[in-house]
Design a protein. Structure first.
Length: 158
């Protein structure tokens, strides 16, 4: 069926045509709009005073979001804890990996940046002390995964 311009049921002109029924007869109410035609919103053109703007900006400085619980987990499963006073917090913020904090608490000292904490069972969010092993550097960590005498297999497709 061919429709003339503006006559198709899905055309803009047809969709926003003023509905006139007994409850809105003579009123300028269009479907999808919650206000009368010609009314100006109460807050249009109004601004906060300088004093109020200063109060708002001061109230937000240094505060964390209301729903912040002190830690979050990354998509790869590692848990980060908010520790702004930690000397080795990461560069993106003031967060430290939870498994490193647990190992530091057990040893009673800060871990050096080159020290690696390994998850024995491979589950990155299982941070119990029994599941953690400390390596002095990444070289030792790699030797643990690939002992000398074993070759690393590379899948090469020709």
């Amino acid at each position: 069926m061919r429709y003339d311009r503006g006559q198709h049921p899905n055309s803009r002109k047809h969709r926003f045509k003023k509905e006139i029924s007994s409850w809105n007869k003579g009123k300028h109410i269009y479907p999808g709009h919650g206000f009368k035609k010609g009314n100006i919103p109460w807050n249009k053109g109004k601004h906060h005073s300088k004093e109020t703007r200063e109060k708002i900006s001061k109230s937000k400085i240094g505060k964390l979001p209301w729903n912040f619980r002190g830690k979050f987990s990354r998509p790869d499963g590692y848990v980060l804890v908010y520790k702004p006073s930690h000397p080795y917090h990461n560069w993106k913020g003031k967060y430290v990996f939870e498994h490193r904090l647990i190992m530091e608490k057990y040893l009673g000292r800060y871990l050096r940046p080159k020290e690696v904490v390994h998850h024995i069972n491979g589950i990155s969010n299982d941070n119990c002390l029994k599941n953690l092993k400390l390596f002095e550097n990444n070289s030792e960590h790699q030797n643990y995964h690939h002992p000398k005498g074993t070759k690393i297999k590379k899948d090469v497709k020709i």
